[in-house]
Design a protein around this ligand. Structure first.
Ligand code: BDR
Ligand code: CA
Length: 331
């Protein structure tokens, strides 16, 4: 007899962001198929401000059909560096927010993301998987307020870092960990079994216009399909402008790699390593460094992704998005 599949309970920590939005749609499809339970979406500043990432998450949950999921507002960072609105649009959603209904969650009255993390992780220790696809500000704030809280997660899966490859925001640093390196340091020191999907594999995840069209085909008149096609076009245009894909016509769905690992683990290869972050370097702030030489002397803190089977990854991603679109509301 096959072992029973245990439906993971998930908190998604996110800063939408075009690729965050695709990841959140994928997760909503998995929830609707009863492969996952979405406990909360904790938003944070990063790609755009905390107000905007909160509103986007709310809108995307409504569009994907899960409007009742709690959305947390992001913890502020003392000195916010430049955002990534040049890639994701001034609203973080390809400048398409005005074409969607207003957010139904209220930013002013929402709980802060770190409080949600503390509350939920304390309520069911060892049961929640935290998927962090944004700067690690919320997770670090939770750990500072309540030391040891991150060890109460079943697992923490992070999109971040550039381990054996150049960065995407500086020559050495990847955006999420560069944005708040002090927060990243706290999270990297919080446990010894972090799971990290870095640019080393996410640079191979080029989502194309044809993929978006094949998803849309399952229900071409849906609001979701129309939105996905437009967001994809916007993301391809900025990816080409900023040479994110070496000229290939597509954009990188970095954040979706975390879900690839959790739901289709056969698509990614791993190795153990000690991952550290540079917080002081004049030219290297936010750089992630790995030590995998002698793990007996320098114990590892993470599993790092080394290879991805992009074909299999996209087969699963696209099939699940087709299922979400098929069941979604028409215009
Ligand atoms: C990461 O940076 C953000 O812009 C993306 O949403 C992703 O989380 C990739 O470096
Ligand atoms: Ca992100």
């Amino acid at each position: 007899m096959l072992p029973a599949f245990r439906v993971p309970k998930i908190i998604l920590d996110t800063d939408p962001g075009g690729d965050d939005i695709f990841a959140l749609f994928w997760l909503q499809s998995l929830v609707k198929q009863r492969f996952a339970e979405l406990i909360a979406v904790t938003t944070v500043g990063g790609n755009v401000s905390t107000e905007k990432t909160f509103s986007s998450a709310s809108r995307i949950l409504s569009l994907g059909g899960l409007p009742d999921v709690e959305v947390g507002r992001g913890v502020a960072i003392a000195q916010s560096p430049d955002d990534a609105s040049h890639i994701h649009g001034s609203d973080g959603m390809g400048n398409l927010s005005s074409q969607l209904p207003d957010p139904i969650h209220n930013y002013e009255t929402a709980r802060f993301s770190d409080d949600i993390l503390i509350d939920r992780l304390n309520a069911i220790p060892g049961e929640i998987t935290v998927i962090a696809i944004a700067p690690l500000t919320n997770l670090a704030a939770a750990e500072k307020k309540h030391p040891g809280i991150l060890r109460k997660a079943k697992e923490i899966i992070i999109m971040g870092g550039a381990l054996n490859c150049p960065g995407n925001i500086t020559p050495h640093a990847e955006f999420n960990l560069w944005f708040d390196p002090e927060a990243a340091e706290i999270v990297l020191n919080s446990r010894c079994d972090l799971v990290m999907t870095s640019l080393d594999i996410t640079r191979q995840l080029i989502f194309t216009r044809e993929m978006a069209q094949s998803i849309a085909q399952t229900n071409p008149q849906s609001k979701l399909a129309q939105f996905l096609i437009k967001l994809c076009e916007f993301m391809i245009s900025t990816a080409l402008t900023y040479r994110e894909t070496d000229g290939a016509s597509g954009f990188l769905v970095h954040d979706a790699a975390t879900l690839g690992y959790l739901f289709y683990p056969e698509t990614i290869l791993w190795k153990r390593a000690k991952v550290q972050i540079e917080t002081r370097g004049e030219w290297t702030r936010g750089q992630t460094l790995i030590d995998d030489r002698n793990l007996a002397k320098q114990p590892a803190n993470a599993w790092i992704a080394t290879q991805v089977d992009a074909t299999r990854f996209f087969t699963n991603f696209i099939e699940d998005l087709k299922i979400l679109n098929k069941g979604s509301e028409k215009i």
